[in-house]
Write a new protein. Structure first.
Length: 87
């Protein structure tokens, strides 16, 4: 199957986004664990008090929708690439 140039560019952009998303997610998880560690070291009595920490991080409101969209993108890219390798 011949793929047009705009489709190739779109697939390339989506692939780059997914690779970048994996990198950003890893960095985000490391930063989150850093915040939790610092909170506990500064006198956090228990894990239950970390709710205050989670409400102070505004990125949580955006992370879940972006995460779901990226997961659907991953499935779409997987189907696309598997379909292309069979031909």
């Amino acid at each position: 199957m011949t793929i047009s140039r705009p489709v190739k560019i779109l697939v390339g952009i989506m692939t780059i986004w997914y690779a970048l998303y994996l990198f950003l997610t890893t960095i985000g998880i490391i930063v989150l664990f850093g915040f939790v560690l610092v909170s506990l070291l500064q006198g956090g009595e228990s894990i239950a008090n970390l709710q205050v920490l989670f409400t102070r991080i505004p990125a949580f409101e955006v992370m879940l929708p972006v995460h779901f969209c990226s997961l659907f993108l991953e499935v779409g890219l997987l189907i696309f690439y598997l379909n292309e390798t069979k031909k």
